[in-house]
Design a binder for this molecule. Sequence first.
Ligand code: HEC
Length: 108
Amino acid sequence: MKQIVISVLAAAALAAATPAFASRQLAAERGCLECHAVDKEVWGPSFRQVAKYYRPLSDGRDRIAKRILAGGAEHWGPDRSMPAQATKTYLMDEADAKRLADWILKQR
Ligand code: HEC
């Protein structure tokens, strides 16, 4: 019985952990982590900084997703820009951009 409870709990924990992990992996696969880190500024702002800025905004998730697709510049300081991710060799679609936006918003 104890064994069953433990495996159910383990399965639940795994299910809960998977989406966050999947998005981190997506960020790595899509090259985001070449310019960003979760907890420190690299070339782009840290995802924690981004989350802190957009979390209070009601349209924060959409704005992040749009920025990921279209790129942007001069929001986090001069002389830096983020290339539009939708025009890279792989196509970043809106669903992926939203998944990444959700993941970014969870970073604290
Ligand atoms: C070539 C480097 C580079 C890559 C690759 C990159 N970024 Fe960025 N990103 C930046 C820079 C630089 C900024 C700051 C731009 C600015 O100041 O407006 C930025 C800004 C952002 C922002 C904040 C946008 C805003 O205007 O507030 C988000 C969200 C973001 N990046 C997510 C991502 C995600 C997700 C990926 C991967 C799909 C990614 N970035 C890939 C360099 C990059």
